[in-house]
Design a protein around this ligand. Structure first.
Ligand code: ADP
Ligand code: ZN
Length: 357
């Protein structure tokens, strides 16, 4: 088991990562002060089928435990679901000494975290993430729901009491979800150091059937890098924006091809490759583009070649932050050194056409 301490301005908490660690959950809850009276587990339908009973069974002999199961998927991060959850909490008489457990991926974490942040002006919550991608929301304290016109528009910064990554839960995660999480972790490694990128390339040759120890290391790496970036950003504003590496093209591809055709992670992986390609071309640096492209291919990330580049450029230009005829890109001078650049649309168009060839 590995334990990482996260320090924020408002509080400090631990993330424990390991196999067979679910039995520590009651101890963690018992260590909280004031004492927890009632627990509400918020989870989604897919996770509930697999794990709700297991989690409840660890708690029911010591606590009064309730659960609220939401439909799986991004649509559940809504005002309506927020109201349903909060109303359930109230009708179940949750009070200031109650605890919310977010059992699930990013959707559950965001919604349950936001309910915890706002219910009676804030009650405590613990995250039990069940996806690889959720490492991202486990650090940084961002919780939110969506409005019909915008993602994560209504939210807060609210830290959990503890994050318990019981990795056995990741064993039923669909392959596409594993890939999505890995796209973000390899992106984080590129923002951090060449050593970490090399380590991943050497140890991760496929995403299915990852060795237990390797999966644990990967998650630890993701959490540590995210934590470094977030804590540096508290002082040095803006570094957090580097986490958008690969997302300029990624988001445009999602919009262009349709969210049901391409997953966020596959879009990010493709966008990250493009950022490496642009960086090599503009700065004359070596970022092992060819090698990484082969690696991503081997890991099962699709290469999208049949793309209308003019259309994709138009979509990339939509970002409000773009000025005039340029598009903002996060690029790399080397692994561990990212920079924000404004690049002329024509230049990007040429590079994109060459990249797609
Ligand atoms: P994230 O934002 O972390 O990718 P989501 O909450 O969007 O997570 O979950 C992605 C999908 O995976 C959802 O359909 C969810 O129900 C499902 N899911 C989450 N965890 C597991 C798991 N451990 N096993 C099987 N399916 C899971
Ligand atoms: Zn992302």
């Amino acid at each position: 088991m590995c334990e990482l301490q996260i320090n924020t301005k408002s509080k400090s908490y631990f993330i424990t990562i390991g196999y067979d660690i679910l039995h520590t959950l009651p101890q963690i809850i018992n260590s909280l002060s004031p004492k927890i009276t009632k627990i509400l587990i918020i989870t989604d339908t897919n996770v509930a089928v697999n794990y709700l009973d297991e989690v409840k069974s660890k708690l029911t002999d010591q606590f009064d435990v309730l659960d609220f199961v939401i439909p799986s998927g991004e649509q559940s991060k809504s005002m309506m679901m927020f109201e349903k959850c909060s109303s359930f909490a109230l009708s179940s008489q949750l009070d200031r000494n109650s605890l919310i457990i977010a059992l699930g991926g990013g959707v559950v974490g965001d919604l349950a975290g936001f309910v915890a942040a706002t219910y009676m002006r804030g009650i405590r919550f613990i995250q039990v993430p069940t996806t690889l991608l959720a490492h991202d929301s486990a650090v940084g304290g961002k919780v939110a729901i969506n409005l019909p016109l915008g993602k994560n528009v209504v939210g807060a910064f609210y830290q959990p009491e503890h994050v318990l990554y019981h990795l056995n839960f990741l064993e039923t995660l669909p392959l596409s979800e594993m890939r999505s999480g890995f796209a973000e972790i390899s992106k984080e490694a590129m923002l951090s150091s060449k050593e970490e990128v090399n380590w991943l390339m050497e140890h991760v040759k496929q995403i299915t059937d990852l060795e237990r120890n390797i999966l644990k290391q990967i998650l630890k790496m993701g959490v540590q890098i995210k934590n470094n970036i977030v804590s540096t950003d508290e002082k040095e504003k803006g570094i957090r924006a580097f986490l958008n590496l690969g997302h300029t093209l990624g988001h445009a591809l999602e919009a262009h091809l349709g969210y049901s055709v391409i997953s966020h992670g596959d879009g990010v992986a493709f966008g990250t490759l493009f950022a490496l390609y642009v960086s090599e071309n503009l700065f004359g640096v070596d970022l092992h583009f060819d090698e990484i492209r082969k690696w991503y291919n081997q890991l099962g990330f699709p290469l999208f070649t049949n793309i209308d580049s003019a259309e994709v450029i138009k979509l990339m230009k939509h970002d409000k932050k773009n000025i005039g005829n340029s598009i903002r890109f996060i690029l790399l001078k080397k692994f561990g050194q990212a920079e924000l650049h404004e690049i002329k649309q024509e230049k990007i168009h040429t590079l994109l056409n060459n990249f797609l060839d």
